[in-house]
Design a protein around this ligand. Structure first.
Ligand code: ATP
Ligand code: MG
Length: 870
């Protein structure tokens, strides 16, 4: 059975059991502060479980792209070393939102595995939760009894909290679970050791494939469990592991999900898979990681230096490093796997095919730059080794390499090992920990539990229509961080405040209590499905009715920028072509930023066209046409564009200005004429194939022109109010060039004159051509002059002095033949003469200088020098 068929049969099975098949949510999380990446199928349904929103369909099923590389579920270090954990994998799942519970979940799972997929019943084991004293929970008797009716008791295993109580993260929905494990060992192996003893023992051939979670609790910040309003089913089955079982192979990497990638790696690197454990690990790492990175880029998350982007960068670097170390690849090649991946998975995940070129470019650029970092690091490491006095290399040094060059520590120790050195691992870990502590202390946010004032309150957002409202506080909590200090998060029953989202910043404003007290709202964000206001303080009486007021000015400017962003998007697609896709945007009150896919720098001409296009639509006074609750299908038919990596509901809001139609939740002007004017202020590259435009509108454009105008007036003023400053500056420049030439010539003439004068003044003493004199030149001038005279006159002894800004300079030139025959040394001489000018110096025997802070001593020095030649 091909992997495509395995996936289709799963979805079909649950469709027949009245489940609504939904698309995978994006793998990269956008508005959940507790999670960077989707780590389980249930993430997108979390709000249903918590009772914060109401599900339209009570039975759901899908295949979800998951990534387990950070937070509570982190498998990164296992990946490649074992054969059944991936960074990115698909999780097949079925859900009941307050509908069916344990009985159906267990029966259907068994039916699907044994009757549809026809897995041998004898090879299956199940586990149930044994209970936990910490949480005061008993054994899951109900699940036990349900299983007992289907499988023999010796194949039901009681598991502890670690294996049989599933939690999404430190906080959030959770519950006891029942896992299904498969023993894929040979008959002979099975006869030797019973499978039951290998369940949950990290055995590569006795693996968990499906987890049925019975969602009943919410884990709170203080660690306690709170029963959920309703009971739910949440199941997750590892797709790649299921394929391994159904295709009768011993490793996920031997299924058709991975073999095309592995064949391609073999072709590119010339290393065969299955010959050597070290190269096998490297091949598995690369085959796995290219998936994680490609899916992430397709979802709009590019590698970067912070947050989710940094996690992705590290995954890609891990793959590059394994290739570099074990497959001898020192040229970019991982990007060449994207094509094969698209062919393999593009049918189920079209985003891979549609964005192939972008994914390839981004990966290739990352590869090139990290490979050159690796090379630089190798050179540096070499010099560290050369200067090492002992056979152990300092951990601090290795940390420096790691920290400033991103040079991975395992590679450092590997190279050291090869050269017969060892690494002070403890020292490295100490330095690493110190750095982590520093950054953690800076970014850690501690959150209290919510204090709930009103239950059962559905929050309403009225900010599209008004900027003020009378509101009641539903709940609040204190949060503290080093960066922001203490703040309060407030949730209201209704709110005019727009929460940061779709690139647009959150609203600011204030709350006014009946007695006139004011509480400032500094930001608004969406957390899960709620609009959370960040306040500087807590109002004295939290039970009042408050007047909530949005900062009108900021909102207005932001709306201008948001509408302009839509027009810019339209302009770019019209002018550059339909390959332009939005890759991120930031809509602030002061400016807007728009990232998009395009492969060349925009010419001045193109930028001008884009500006004109947008300004023409501003001048056209196009009215806002806003439609709320449009079925997504209809919106797409109308020509609205959905963005990759965005999650849309069944119904959407569309924003239309003329021919520009977007799915958008942001706030906009009522008419494009309100924007007044649009001006691009910069254009540049952010990554391979991704450009960024920054622009301003309305008030900011006025400010821009005022500033420029003021500058122009100042320039005119400096130019004595000439009517044509451009012409005046040009003629000043010409004049300046001519004057410079004249000065150069004059200086040359002067030096020539001085040289002739000095030569004329030379006196012969004891066969030496001697002169000591004060001149009006700087150090460089004196040096040039001395060498010029020296080139012309033999047996020269020249001591020149000068005074410059209160400092004295002595400069002594002695012809080389004198240095030898008369045993003279300019260095020694200036050092000794230095005492007259209160300074010191030195140099070579034939030329040396001394500087001092007493110009009054110059005449004495010039006089005393005669002693050296007489
Ligand atoms: P394991 O103990 O094997 O790491 P888990 O307990 O972490 O699994 P769950 O969180 O219950 O797994 O996830 C549900 C299913 O997803 C598992 O039964 C397994 O089939 C699959 N799965 C979990 N983690 C991975 C992974 N890193 N790679 C591939 N499949 C996975
Ligand atoms: Mg796990």
């Amino acid at each position: 059975m091909t992997s495509q068929e395995v996936r289709a049969q799963f979805l079909n099975f649950f469709k027949e059991k009245n489940h609504k098949i939904v698309p995978s949510a994006p793998m990269v999380m956008k508005d959940d502060p507790t999670l960077m990446f989707t780590n389980a199928g249930m993430n997108q349904f979390k709000e249903y479980f918590l009772g914060n929103s109401v599900a339209k369909h009570k039975r759901l099923a899908d295949t979800q792209k998951c990534l387990r590389v950070s937070g509570k579920h982190n498998d990164l270090e296992e990946v490649g070393k074992d054969t059944y954990h991936h960074t990115m994998f698909e999780m097949l799942g079925n859900w009941s939102i307050g509908d069916y519970f344990k009985k159906e979940a267990i029966q259907w799972a068994w039916e699907l595995l044994t009757e549809v997929y026809k897995i041998d019943k004898e090879s299956l084991y199940v586990s149930i939760f044994e209970g936990s004293e910490d949480d005061g929970l008993p054994l899951d008797q109900e699940a036990y009894d349900l299983w007992k009716a289907i499988v023999p008791e010796d194949r039901i295993i009681k598991g502890n909290k670690k294996d049989n109580f599933w939690e999404m993260g430190d906080q959030g929905p959770c519950g006891p679970c029942s896992e299904i494990h498969v023993d894929i060992r040979s008959k002979a192996e099975k006869a030797k050791i019973p499978g039951a003893s290998l369940v949950n023992q990290d055995h590569p051939q006795v693996v968990e494939i499906w987890n049925l979670v019975f969602m009943q609790f919410n884990r709170k910040a203080n660690g306690s469990l709170e029963p959920l309003p309703e009971k739910h089913i949440d199941t997750g089955m590892g797709f790649e592991r299921l394929c391994m079982v159904l295709q009768g192979v011993q490793s996920n990497y031997d299924t058709d999900v991975f073999t095309p990638l592995i064949r391609e790696i073999e072709i590119i690197t010339g290393h065969k898979y299955g010959k050597d454990e070290k190269t096998d690990i490297a091949i598995r790492v690369i085959a796995d990681h290219v998936r994680a990175v490609s899916f992430s880029i397709a979802d709009g998350q590019l590698p970067s230096n912070t947050g989710a982007g940094y996690v992705i960068r590290r995954i890609l670097r891990r793959a590059i490093r394994y290739g570099f170390t074990f497959l001898d690849t020192n040229q970019p090649f991982i990007h060449r796997l994207v094509k094969v991946l698209g062919e393999q998975m593009g049918a189920a995940f079209p985003e891979l095919k549609e964005q192939k070129q972008l994914i390839e470019n981004v990966i290739k650029e990352e590869e090139s730059s990290f490979l050159s970092t690796l090379e630089q690091g190798l050179v540096l490491l070499d010099s560290v080794i050369k200067s090492a006095k002992e056979k152990t290399i300092d951990g601090e040094k290795a940390f420096e390499l790691y920290d400033t060059f991103g040079f991975p520590i395992d590679l450092t120790s590997l190279i050291l090992e090869e050269k017969g050195y060892t690494l002070d691992v403890q020292g490295f870990n100490k330095a690493l920990k110190a750095q982590k502590d520093r950054s953690r202390a800076a970014s850690e946010v501690s959150k209290d539990d919510w204090t709930v004032l009103m239950t059962d309150s559905e929050q309403e957002f009225i900010g599209y229509d008004s900027l003020e409202a009378n509101v009641k506080l539903v709940k609040y909590r204190k949060i503290s961080s080093k960066k922001e200090g203490d703040q309060y998060q407030l949730v209201f029953n209704l709110t005019p405040f727009y929460a940061e989202g779709g690139g647009q910043v959150g609203d600011k404003g204030y709350l006014e209590a009946p007695n006139g007290d004011v509480t400032y709202i500094v930001d608004t964000k969406r957390e899960n499905n709620e609009i959370v206001h960040f306040a500087e303080s807590l109002p004295d009486n939290v039970n009042e009715t408050f007047k909530a007021v949005v900062d009108h000015k900021q909102r207005w400017r932001t709306a201008c920028n948001h509408t302009a962003t839509h027009l810019l998007h339209q302009a770019l697609r019209e002018i550059l072509g339909p390959h332009v896709e939005q890759k991120g945007s930031a809509v602030h009150s002061k400016y807007l930023r728009f990232d998009f896919s395009h492969f060349a720098k925009l010419s001045v001409e193109e930028l001008r066209k884009v500006e004109n296009f947008v300004n023409a639509r501003i001048d056209g006074h196009l009215p806002l046409e806003e439609h709320r609750n449009v079925p997504i299908k209809q919106a797409m038919e109308d020509g609205a564009m959905a963005l990759f990596g965005e999650k849309y509901g069944d119904t959407v809001r569309t924003i239309r200005f003329g021919q520009s139609i977007e799915l958008c939740g942001g706030t906009h002007v009522k008419n494009t004429g309100d924007i007044w004017y649009f001006k691009i202020v910069s254009e540049g590259a952010v990554a391979a194939g991704i450009r960024r435009i920054e622009a301003i509108t309305s008030d900011a454009v006025k400010e821009f022109y005022f500033t420029n105008n003021r500058m122009l007036f100042e320039i005119k003023d400096l130019l004595h109010n000439t009517p044509d400053p451009v012409k005046a500056v040009a003629s000043l420049q010409d004049e300046n060039t001519a004057l410079k030439k004249q000065v150069e010539q004059l200086l040359k003439d002067k030096a020539k004159g001085l040289k002739n004068d000095l030569i004329a003044e030379l006196k012969e003493i004891n066969g030496i051509q001697f002169l000591s004199k004060k001149v009006d030149l700087d150090a460089a001038g004196i040096k040039d002059l001395s060498f010029e005279i020296g080139g012309q006159i033999d047996n020269l002894f020249l001591l020149l002095a000068s005074e410059n800004e209160g400092k004295a300079l002595l400069s002594c030139y002695i012809s080389k033949e004198l240095v030898a025959s008369k045993n003279l040394n300019a260095g020694t001489i200036v050092r000794e003469l230095g005492k007259y000018i209160q300074g010191g110096g030195g140099g070579q025997p034939f030329f040396a200088t001394a500087g001092g802070k007493n110009p009054a001593g110059i005449p004495e020095a010039l006089d005393k020098v005669k002693a050296y030649i007489s």
